[in-house]
Design a protein around this ligand. Structure first.
Ligand code: CDV
Length: 313
């Protein structure tokens, strides 16, 4: 018997600085309704989906900076999304800037959650791989100050039983790192959800930046295939406050094939029927971890006891 998750990726066009949370949430609600109309039970929204991508600016005024963070989830302005989720019976993934009192101090994380079809939070993740810098870089038109505004996530890469399968999540830059997928793969993940904000000028090197779209898909397709999992990657894209960001949100099958892709740089919903048992076939054959992985060999390499030194002659 196949296990189908009817899933959607709800890509967002730019959120201008002047746009309120309320307006951003109403865009998300509209896309959730559209996804439901197309039969979806799960919608994946972008990274930092309630505000503009504020790490592109050096913000010295603390009150202004903190205005981009959520201190509760749901809060008064984000609650309509949870209410709609419950009303429609549609779950979702969303990412937001989190401000929390933890361990006796104020802490800031780039966070995502999985919400079930009853509008209840079932999983929480905090971004591990923070790109960019902690100090503004001279000569850059747009900064990328995630290392200033967030600390690395402290929740690991968990998985959760939801939507009839084993669900995992990560956020944006995490998608480029094989460890992200593998840690979840070792826990039997069947679907990984992620959101991203990826400017086309992120390294400042034309040869690398020119491959932004290719590397976006390459990372997710490789992660999906090598870990026998569905991957749903959702962009916030288009020209936001002068910064151009990649779109091409995708739903990737465990084969590594893209089965749905956004065609615009605006708010756009794409859907696919994701059969979780496709992943099972890959996990039982080419990527049967128990039969084919060689943890002892990996350990030796990591400890530099073997396999690194070239032969004597
Ligand atoms: N928001 C991100 O994490 N963006 C990074 C860029 C800066 C490289 C990404 O990996 O897409």
């Amino acid at each position: 018997m196949s296990r189908i998750v009817k899933a959607a990726s709800a890509q967002m066009g730019p959120i201008p600085k002047s746009q309120s949370r309320k307006q951003a949430v109403s865009r998300l609600v509209a896309m959730m309704r559209e996804a439901k109309g197309r039969g979806a039970e799960l919608v994946v929204f972008p990274e930092l989906a309630f505000t503009t991508f504020f790490p592109r600016w050096m913000i010295e005024d603390e009150a202004e900076l903190e205005s981009y963070y959520e201190t509760e989830m749901p809060g008064p302005e984000t609650a309509p999304l949870f209410e709609e989720s419950k009303k429609l019976g549609v779950g979702f993934y969303v990412s937001y800037a989190e401000l929390v009192n933890e361990g006796g101090r104020r802490r800031r994380f780039n966070t995502s959650i999985i919400v079930d079809r009853n509008g209840e939070i079932v999983g929480k993740y905090r971004k591990v791989h923070l790109p960019g810098h902690s100090e503004p870089q001279p000569g850059r038109v747009h900064q990328h100050l995630e290392k200033r505004y967030f600390e690395p996530g402290n929740l690991g890469f968990g998985v959760w039983r939801a939507f009839g399968g084993v669900m995992g999540m990560c956020i944006c830059n995490d998608r480029r790192w094989p460890e992200t997928y593998r840690v979840m793969g070792l826990q039997g993940v069947e679907m990984i959800m992620l959101g991203y904000n990826t400017p086309f000028d992120h390294t400042g090197h034309a040869d690398i930046d020119g491959l932004t779209s290719f590397h976006n898909h390459l990372s997710m397709q490789a992660g999906a295939y090598q870990n026998s999992t569905w991957v749903i990657g959702t962009a916030k894209c288009g020209k936001e406050e002068g910064s151009s960001m990649v779109g091409q949100s995708v739903i990737v099958a465990p084969s590594g094939e893209i089965v749905a892709m956004a065609a615009t740089l605006e708010d756009e919903v794409i859907t696919a029927n994701c059969d979780l048992d496709i992943g099972k076939r890959y996990r039982q054959t080419i990527f049967d971890f128990a039969r084919h992985r060689e943890p002892e060999a990996y350990r030796l390499i990591v400890e530099r006891k073997g396999a690194i030194a070239p032969p004597e002659n």
